[in-house]
Write a protein that binds this ligand. Structure first.
Ligand SMILES: [Cu+2]
Length: 226
């Protein structure tokens, strides 16, 4: 191998190293860079009368934003956080608190149905249910998980309650799981789904509460209550 080739290889390796360093740095957007990209104001802070507002998503048709903003809400005991979805396109988000980490919040889940059950699409068109053979020859159908689509609370004793759309829930801190249901930009919920465009939790117990969006698992946020 001649030395010119060696120099060229060394330069190429250096360039790759620099490029990968740059791309890693750019892959972690700060709140500020996200705000600039999407024309949001870094000064956005809507926290008055004991209610802290958080935007779940944002952006428009060319670039929907999948981020909670601000991602950290700091409030006092007895105050509330309200989530809204300001997207300009019909992209839903939800707010899921898995206080007991074993309680997941997948948006689709497999369900065992009777082997003889006939499933007929309500609307004629291009749809059929996703089914497969489960354990012991059972028939399994994949369906929408109501505990991610509609507001749901699982209490400490495991009892499940569905809240009305746009619920205002008071959290005592003993819950295993809380989900807002799909929050749509106002007026953009599809027919057949609950017209949810907001969700509010009043926090009665101090602590740091992590939450996420079941639809976009990289969307994370936290509420700090003191
Ligand atoms: Cu989301």
């Amino acid at each position: 191998m001649n030395r010119y080739l060696l120099v060229a290889l060394a330069l190429a390796a250096g360039a790759v190293l620099i490029a990968s360093t740059v791309s890693v740095t750019m892959a972690l957007p700060t709140n500020q860079s996200v705000a600039q990209t999407f024309g949001m104001s870094m000064k956005f802070k809507d926290y008055k009368d004991g209610v802290f507002k958080v935007m779940a998503g944002g952006g428009g048709p060319t670039a929907p934003l999948t981020k909670f903003f601000p991602s950290k809400a700091t409030i006092k005991v007895g105050e509330s956080v309200t989530w809204i979805n300001p997207s300009r396109v019909g992209e839903p988000h939800n707010v899921a608190f898995a206080l007991n980490q074993t309680q997941g919040s997948e948006i689709d889940a497999p369900f065992i149905i009777n082997n003889s059950t006939e499933i007929t699409p309500l609307a004629p068109g291009n749809s059929e249910p996703l089914t497969f053979t489960g354990p012991n020859g059972t028939t399994v159908m994949v369906g929408a998980n109501a505990r991610a689509y509609i507001p749901t609370v699982i209490a400490a004793d495991g009892s499940v309650t569905h809240l009305p759309p746009n619920a205002n829930y008071t959290m005592d801190g003993t819950e295993q799981y809380i989900n807002s249901g799909f929050i749509w930009p106002k007026g953009m919920s599809p027919p057949g789904l609950a017209p949810i465009d907001t969700f509010t939790i009043k926090f009665e117990k101090a602590g740091t509460y992590d939450y996420g969006c079941s639809i976009h698992p990289w969307m994370r946020g936290e509420v700090v209550v003191s």
